[in-house]
Write a protein that binds this ligand. Sequence first.
Ligand code: GTP
Length: 782
Amino acid sequence: MHRSLLVNLAFTRSIHSTISRQVPSNVIPISKIRNIGIIAHIDAGKTTTTERMLYYSGVTSRIGNVDQGDTVTDYLPQERERGITIQSAAITIPWNKHRINLIDTPGHADFTFEVIRSLKVLDGAVTILDSVAGVEAQTEKVWKQSANIPKIIFVNKMDREGARFGKTCKEIISKLGTRILLINVPYFKEIEGSRERQFEGVLDVIDQKLLKWGPNDSIAVEELNDDQYEIVSKCRESLIETLGEIDETVIDSFFESEDYMKVPSDILKKSIKKSTLEQFATPVLCGASFKNIGVQPLLDAVTSYLPSPLESQPDIANTELKLTSEGHIIANNDKLTAALAFKVITDPIRGLMVFVRVYSGKLVSNSNIYVNGQQIKIGKLLIMNADKPQEVSELKAGNIGVIVNDNLKTGDTVLAHIQKKKLKREEVNIVVNPIGIPPPVFSISIEPKTTGDRRGVEEGLSLMLKEDPSLKYVNDEETGQLILSGMGELHLEIAVDRLKTLKAKFEVGRVMVSYKETIVDKQLVEKSLEDDGISIKLSMEPIPESKKDLPRNKQYFDLGDNNMMNINHEPHWWEEKKLMTYTSLINGIISGLIGSIQRGPVIQLPLNSTLISIETISIPDDFNNVSKLIQLIRIALIDLLKNEQSFNVMEPMMKVIIDVPPEDIGSVIQDLTAQRNGIISSIDDDSGELGVEMVKFREISESQYLPSEPNVESGISINKNGSEFKGNQTINAIVPLKEMIGYLPSLRKITKGRGNFNMEFKGMEAVTRDRLDDIVKELQVF
Ligand SMILES: Nc1nc2c(ncn2[C@@H]2O[C@H](COP(=O)(O)OP(=O)(O)OP(=O)(O)O)[C@@H](O)[C@H]2O)c(=O)[nH]1
């Protein structure tokens, strides 16, 4: 007999949201805040899941749809047109008396920087997988990047043909290298007269119930039948055995009855949280967001198993902040408010909206803050509900919110005194979680239509750089061109669209790979200005592959593009001369050098991966003309750059991962090797078998119970018509970036729309003579 309890979710939704709205946002205790991200491969269903979360929490009154372009989180017009996420939206979801600050991050590799930036401020994450594709390349990458934060996994799209929960779980263990904790497992309804079974709900392993989703937001909570009891019992056995490895409470509780089904849910929940926070194992849930199945248990899992800011250990290396034994983040100096600006977006009405994570103290509206050593006054503070802001008077430690101010940019550390006093000189220089920016590898020329348009274009570009520091632009004085560089074709395409919306009028050149020049062997030059009695000795050499191999006892200054500078003189040598501070001297030299390394001797491209050393500076005792000295350094460098034979051209190489149906694998490889100068590193069969490198997890996977899969016979997925459903195979290759321009349409053509690829920057590589000739020809047309 089934006891069926119909719960109307519209009702549940309104309870959750009423509770949360009655509590003013800043009154929600920090223990009930969850700063989490959603990360996954492109198209796994992040935006679709987020939309359901917003709906079920009562934030929205209807469900937005990616395919119809009316979602809340993808609110840029470009996102809605393309059905993809570009900017990480920060939204606040009330759930179960908690506040979930959620960052929806883009899955496309061109926007990796957005992901890295968001990860810095998160305490936990939900990883969404497509149950047909399993663990995809971008997920593996982001999983590694987010190694320091606890995560839960949602196996989405369980309604699709070829969905494989068990196989996906195996891949979680083998590819992501984690133990799994099954929180719920899929339930399939039989269809009369068909071998196929339809996904309808989940078996709740913790509370031992069957949850079935029906029409009109209804959910039926049923008791388990004998078969389901058997499945849940096995899942509990595996869960309790895994948890028992690090938690004796669970084992003790089991021995009281020696029955896996009798271990109380609250003991299990506590233990799952402990295991998750220690990253000993990862809770796994399943559902089909598009069909509105499984999202509420996911929200419950976020509040139950992911950490509050008090329980998290965010990446605070290289900062003046520290963790207390209870896990609180505080400034070494307890009077300090410290926050990180992790994202800047432009709002047509409010101006620049700067998203910050507050680490210690609190930010107060209409008060003074310090940014890059400067004191600035801020106005309003906001928290976000998708693109709808709510004004608050203060933002306490642990929170994510918005400062409305034009003077901040992404990556800035925001500091203040808790009692609004002035900060001391040494406190002003504290830096929180600096974000490393990867090198942009694609460029386009931007040509303003008239001289009058140039200013508008330049202003637009500067604004965009504040929002997105992974874009870069160079003003080429000789050609008068503005060169905009970014992480990929899509990144630049979106940037150009954005520039157009800023009312700038311009023409765009075609997409170009960012080639660079570098020095091959060390060169030395000596120069002097006899009338002034000053002389200098300067050298340039290739930078070691790892910056860790640079001689230790020197101080290095960054010139951008993997170029560095050092000066052999100690600060006190200069300070004694009392002409200007050592920092100003260094800044003067750096800006002179940066200007001079934008054109190499081979084909006038910017230099990359060089180390410039100012070996000696000799000046008379009565010397007082610092600008002459900086000018001399520049002259010396320009002289050194005349030596063309010592330089070569470099091109960006990419690690490419391509998912293709097995029948197209030959043609894709042929195209990569014969047409695109690619080198194949490996071909992985996507069968879900464990990889050799993951042997250490084999034991875990074998003891892990995985429910049997419907629509699968003898380990093979079966289509509706009973024939074999074949998954994709993965090709790993190294390919010059140039050959990857416009690759997607070509891949889609070869694979009849079923192939997909992902690539990431591997490094710059020196080119051969033949390749150099091609590049020269290519640049002539540009
Ligand atoms: N069948 C099925 N389709 C789904 C499900 N969830 C999402 N989709 C579809 O999958 C496609 C991608 O969904 P999105 O939510 O845009 O995926 P995303 O991960 O946000 O993608 P990016 O923003 O581009 O990274 C859309 O066509 C969705 O309708 C699901 O549970 N079942």
